[in-house]
Design a protein around this ligand. Structure first.
Ligand code: B12
Ligand code: SF4
Length: 430
């Protein structure tokens, strides 16, 4: 299909490009200009990586619902992997088509591989959700997934970044598909989704991504430190090790995605929920909430407490937090991802951090009313001042050195009530 100069200004006509996307295999497609205010900071992120970017093509791929909803993880994971494969293949095919017509274009991965060298920071090159929203493909639901007006949460997203111009860009969806039914809140086994819109990244990531990235690091460290096969088996069952093997050989297995499975949003999905709510809960929600399975949680986390209270029939297994900062910068940017608002209850304190040595940095961390605020520089009156050699602090967080030792050697110094440091630690368990 010829795309070049489909209109007089040299821009591709919307219908021609949409048709190309659908016939390549996408179930829906929309277009956002790189200047769209709806992209927030994502437009700048994309331009930093792809300075030629002018248009973002958002591609939507429908997931087969029952495959995702079943409590049998092998079926759900095959559906995720195959649809992601299809997304990558379709996007790659379209990039070839655009390139053959003289445009520059790239298709960042729908999921993996990612830029692992950036660990534990931002690993992905393009964030598909804000692009999809800016292109009018859906809106963010309470479950933090983009809800498509027809397919609801049951979609995989991909993005093509190109220098082609499109004659008309998508407008944001005029209605919100989220019903605020809060089934996603009720179904999440680790309490990652809150009714007030807060998302506990660490809770979702620790359980759902047990056989990805950091979960693998925890598994490998347990193997390395167990000392004998018998001691290893006491910590990791054979079933867990063969599951890890399966993930390494066939593609990593997500442990849940229940927030997607139970979501009734979307024209094609809503019927069963609207007409027979009780049946819907019995057939779709209950098999997941009642499933006996292992939940991976960090000791002392809000997820551990939530799982014990809401899902006492599910086994809880405590694991390490592997989102370990490797620099002061990643320590500060990572705090919001590991902050546990439940564990912070009753704490109201201002912390001043002053780092010296390899990295010099000053920051103010305020914890109050279950909220965390991180600001550069020293702001307000501190309740505790922590001055530390940057390397010592990072090694202390990685549990490579002991706090009393660091205090004795002067690598870390405190001014104020030391119990406030213990309280700080409780807010970031693991
Ligand atoms: C990081 C990520 C995650 C993280 C964080 C999720 C989140 N809410 O952002 C985790 C591991 C928890 C995760 C889980 C899942 N994800 Co995910 N994920 C991504 C990824 C790579 C980027 C997400 C993103 O841009 N967020 C947007 C920013 C604006 O969100 P934010 O809330 O401000 O910031 C969060 C992240 O930035 C994250 N973060 C920040 N720094 C770092 C550093 C590291 C190392 C990591 C891991 C995360 C991280 O923490 C923040 C707090 O939530 C995209 C793929 C992509 N390239 O876009 C898929 C994607 C968003 N995920 C997707 C899916 C399907 C899932 C799961 C259902 C996986 C599954 N099969 O079980 C769950 C659902 C969880 C949920 N309800 O959100 C789909 C969503 C489709 C849709 N309908 O919207 C995407 C778009 C993949 C795809 N190609 O389709 N995911
Ligand atoms: S499950 Fe209900 S509340 Fe959660 S995102 Fe879907 S429609 Fe919204």
């Amino acid at each position: 299909m010829n795309l070049v100069g489909s209109d007089r200004a040299g821009a591709i006509a919307v219908e021609a490009l949409r048709e190309a996307c659908l016939s390549a295999g996408a179930d829906d497609a929309g277009f956002a200009t790189i200047d769209s205010p709806q992209l927030g900071g994502e437009g700048r992120e994309i331009l930093n990586r792809f300075p030629f970017a002018r248009t973002l093509i958002s591609l939507v791929f429908k997931l087969n619902r029952e495959n995702i909803r079943t409590p049998h993880r092998s079926i759900a994971n095959l559906e995720f992997h195959q649809t992601t494969e299809r997304a990558n293949e379709t996007a790659r095919h379209l990039v070839r088509h655009l390139e053959s017509q003289g445009f520059r274009a790239v298709n960042p991965a729908a999921g993996f591989p990612m830029e692992m060298e950036a660990w534990p920071g931002r690993l992905w090159t393009v964030s598909h959700k804000p692009v999809a929203v800016a292109a009018g493909m859906g809106r963010m639901g309470l479950n933090r997934l983009v809800l498509h007006p027809v397919h609801g949460a049951f979609i995989t997203l991909a993005t093509i970044v190109t220098d082609a111009l499109v004659a008309e860009y998508g407008r944001s969806l005029d209605h919100d598909p989220c019903l605020e039914c809060k089934l996603c809140v009720a179904a999440c086994p680790t309490g990652a989704i809150s009714g007030d819109g807060a998302f506990d990244f660490s809770a979702c990531y620790t359980h759902n991504y047990r056989e990805f990235m950091g979960g693998f690091v925890d598994w490998a460290e347990t193997v390395a430190t167990s000392g004998s096969a018998r001691k290893l088996r006491a910590k990791i069952s054979d079933a867990e090790s063969v599951s890890m093997w399966q993930s390494l050989s066939f593609g990593p297995n997500y442990k849940a995605a229940y927030c997607m499975s139970v979501c009734p949003a979307g024209e094609d999905v809503i019927g069963a929920y609207r007409d027979h709510r009780g049946e819907f809960v019995k057939e779709v929600v209950k098999p997941l909430t009642e499933k006996v399975e292992t939940l991976y949680v960090i000791k002392g986390s809000d997820a551990e407490r939530h799982a014990a209270k809401r899902f006492p029939h599910k086994r809880r297994k405590t694991v390490r937090n592997t989102l370990r900062p490797n620099s002061i910068q990643s320590f500060l940017t990572g705090l919001p991802r590991t902050f546990q608002r439940g564990a912070s209850e009753g704490l109201a304190a201002v912390y001043h951090f002053e780092f010296r040595g390899e990295e010099t940095e000053r920051a103010t961390v305020t914890i109050s009313g279950g909220k965390l605020d991180v600001k550069p520089g020293l702001v307000g009156r501190p309740d505790l001042v922590l001055r530390a050699d940057s390397k010592t602090w990072i090694r202390f967080l990685a549990k490579e050195i002991w706090l009393p030792w660091a205090l004795l050697r002067g690598g870390i110094r405190l001014q104020g009530d030391p119990r406030l440091l213990v309280a700080f630690g409780r807010c970031f368990p693991g």
